[in-house]
Design a protein around this ligand. Structure first.
Ligand SMILES: Nc1ncnc2c1ncn2[C@@H]1O[C@H](COP(=O)(O)OP(=O)(O)OP(=O)(O)O)[C@@H](O)[C@H]1O
Length: 458
């Protein structure tokens, strides 16, 4: 995802009714959608929408039926004309365009995929995919060659000459996707595109879309009323209610920092383990010991912090070397050898590993797990308590009690809770760059050994 704004929506309002001006003044008075409908029989489809969609992101519009998702999506390609406000696509305001300009921008930049596929049932796959190019007057040779290319992209090669009514739902939607891609649009607008598919196929199509997106880097606006789908697909999600945006955020932000009670209720039953990643549950590793320090320093730090193991790192970049247990450090001290030969190698966790993959690892581990970036730098640690806390987060249940049943991780949670293993780095703190300076000076003070002490904190 780049920093470039691809679609900019500003103060967008859509009123369905005969006298939008009347509704606009009622909106300015602060009347609600329901009040306005009762008074005027007109519907506020969208009220004051402001969104930036960045190039290359999947932006999901999510909300209950009637919240305004489809209306908003259709305003973006001007299938619906907004009552007021702006929609800029690469800086050009589509809400002000005449028909000719609209045709051009739709051809050049916008592809749309519908829930009901909207295919021509008696035509072949090839002709359906090439249809958009055909009505633009592209030569047969050129449109077929492009169509075959995108048919391959969506995994339908071999089906070029099949008729649409011979295909399964999932295959039809692949055709719908291929048809939208045939123009090579920058932006794909997808309206409940997978909602008509049965759950297994739906999951496959979601995976397919994610891997396509990794290759093609389109900007995608995806409408869904399904929270799990939104959390799986969205780089960011806008949660809508009654024609307004309640919250915009990444899936993690929406789950961990709901804007209000409506959002909390909305996300209550979600399986957090599928959405949260190592990065969002890791804590600050503290203290760390440098590979160049002697075992005495390691033992001293562990004693001071009341922990039984400590991560060993190398250099300014805190490259992870492993972990040393207190017994091994004592052994190293007695044998007058360096730390290196007493280090235990531990599996390291990438920053984006989902929580559900971390749970079994942390359940079996006798020490915290290190989270490293792609360069091998130690970014944080994962401790059992953190995992428990992240899974237990909920409006109604106090954190200590957890909420295992609702998250479907009851067995694992029980195992984690009853594991009886001491938290070796219970002192770890959530990342807080502002606190780095203080802890650094404290850590510096604590390194009072004759050996060269290199304590890493941040
Ligand atoms: N053509 C129309 N005429 C009048 N009202 C409309 C029209 N289209 C949509 N609406 C109203 O605008 C509001 C938003 O509808 P919209 O279809 O955008 O919601 P949605 O979130 O996409 O719901 P769904 O998931 O059911 O499609 C609803 O109150 C709806 O009744």
């Amino acid at each position: 995802m780049s920093e470039k704004i691809k679609i900019e929506i500003k103060n967008l309002i859509k009123i369905f009714g005969k006298n939008p001006q009347e509704v606009l003044s009622l909106l300015q008075e602060g009347r609600t959608k329901n009040e306005i409908f009762e008074k005027t029989k007109q519907t506020v489809g969208l009220n004051n929408i402001n969104i930036n969609v960045y190039e290359g992101e999947i932006f999901v519009l999510m909300g209950l039926s009637g919240s305004g998702k489809s209306t908003l999506l259709r305003c973006i390609n001007r299938l619906i004309k907004p009552t007021s406000g702006k929609i800029l696509i690469d800086g050009q305001d589509i809400s002000k365009m005449n028909n000719e300009q609209l045709r051009k921008i739709r051809r050049a930049k916008l592809g749309m995929v519908f829930q009901n596929f909207a295919l021509l049932p008696h035509r072949t796959v090839l002709d359906n995919v090439a249809y958009g190019l055909e009505i633009q007057g592209v030569s047969k040779e050129e449109r077929y060659s492009k169509a075959i290319e995108v048919i391959n992209t969506v995994g339908l090669s071999g089906y070029e000459n099949s008729k649409i009514n011979q295909l399964s739902g999932g295959m039809k939607q692949r055709v719908g996707l291929a048809r939208a891609l045939a123009n090579d649009p920058d932006i794909l607008l997808m309206d409940e595109a997978f909602s008509a598919l049965d759950p297994l196929i739906r999951g496959e199509m979601q995976d397919e879309l994610l891997s396509l997106e990794a290759k093609l880097q389109k900007t995608i606006v995806f409408v869904s009323h399904d929270l799990d789908e939104a959390l799986k697909l969205g780089d960011r999600i806008a949660l809508m209610k009654d024609g307004e945006i309640v919250q915009i955020g990444t899936p993690e932000e929406i789950l961990t920092n709901p804007a209000n009670n409506y959002v909390s209720q909305f996300v209550k039953g979600v399986d957090r383990s599928k959405v949260l990643t190592a990065e969002s549950v890791m804590w600050r590793p503290e203290p760390l010991v440098s590979i160049n320090s002697g075992p005495r320093v390691a033992v001293q730090l562990m004693k001071e912090h009341g922990i039984s193991s400590i991560f060993v790192v190398e250099g300014k970049n805190r490259l992870l070397k492993g972990i040393i247990m207190i017994n091994d450090a004592v052994e190293a001290m007695k044998s007058k050898r360096g730390l290196e030969s007493f280090i235990t190698q531990v599996p390291s966790i990438p920053l984006d590993m989902p929580l559900y993959e971390i749970i079994p690892l942390i359940a079996e581990s006798n020490y915290p797990l290190p989270v490293v970036d792609e360069n091998g730098k130690l970014n944080g640690i994962i401790i059992r308590g953190t995992v428990l806390g992240a899974l237990a987060m909920s409006e109604d249940v106090p954190e200590e009690e957890g909420q295992a049943g609702e998250n479907g991780n009851e067995g694992l949670l029980k195992e984690v809770k009853e594991g009886g293993v001491e938290e070796t780095s219970g002192e770890g703190q959530r990342r807080d760059p502002a606190a780095e300076k203080d802890t650094l000076s404290e850590a510096e003070k604590s390194g009072q050994s004759t050996e060269k002490v290199e304590v890493k904190t941040w």
